[in-house]
Design a binder for this molecule. Structure first.
Ligand SMILES: [Zn+2]
Length: 235
């Protein structure tokens, strides 16, 4: 928060801009992998010459940039890049939403954006690793990393199933509402809305519902103390 408010020197800001542009550069072919997407539920599995994997046929292949290549790009751009979970549970671990999705804040070159990741069907210890990798790829896309490939993958995916994007956006709102309801003062609730709104401004979710829920929650909070300007009025 303090970091966001602090003044960034001009040369730093120019460097950040260069970094943010560099993030969007195309990936070399060697860093682009083939992701198989079986087109039938009951296809037979066999070795695939195209991607070198073992999966059901028939299948299409999407070009994609994996977690490792994305991490390289982030490091190349900003050695101090960083991510953190959007929220923590009572034990201090990353909080998952009702659909077991992990929401994160990714900060690169002084800019913070939100991403979401799922476990891609993995379970146990691998599930969280997968969520983190997936969330980093997703948040990086919001910086334009491998955006061209993502757009194509999303288009292909949307032909098959439009549900994930919609349901994750709605589960995000539920998650945020639950977080907002934990605030115990008008000031905290206002701050929560301001921060959320700033971070998620271009995120396709129901901002109206979130705002209304926060207002409803505020209505249940105790009255606010006297505003600072009142306090300054002489008695
Ligand atoms: Zn294949």
């Amino acid at each position: 928060m303090n970091q966001e408010l602090s003044v960034i020197p001009a040369e730093q800001s120019a460097e950040n801009k260069r970094g943010l542009t560099a993030l969007r550069a195309d990936f070399p072919a060697t860093q682009i992998s083939k992701l198989p997407k079986p087109t039938s539920r009951d296809g037979t599995k066999k070795h695939c010459d195209e991607c070198g994997g073992y999966h059901s046929f028939p299948a299409i292949h999407l070009d994609y940039v994996g977690h490792a290549a994305v991490t390289h790009r982030l490091l190349d751009t900003d050695i101090e890049w960083n991510w953190e979970p959007l929220a923590f549970d009572a034990n201090g671990l990353p909080l998952l939403d009702a659909e077991k999705l992990l929401w994160i804040k990714l900060t690169v070159c002084g800019v913070t954006r939100i991403g979401v990741g799922d476990a891609q069907g993995k379970v146990g210890g691998d599930a969280m690793k997968e969520r983190i990798g997936d969330a980093l790829r997703n948040a990086s896309m919001r910086f334009g990393v491998a955006l061209g490939l993502w757009s194509k993958a999303d288009l292909d995916q949307s032909e098959q199933d439009k549900k994930p994007a919609t349901s994750s956006a709605s589960s995000m709102v539920d998650f945020l509402i639950a977080q907002a309801k934990k605030t115990k003062s008008h000031e905290d609730a206002r701050k929560f809305w301001a921060n959320t709104n700033k971070l998620l401004v271009d995120f396709p979710l129901d901002h109206k519902r979130l705002k209304q829920e926060i207002l409803d929650h505020r209505a249940t909070l105790p009255e606010e103390g006297p505003a600072p300007e009142h306090a300054q009025v002489p008695a």
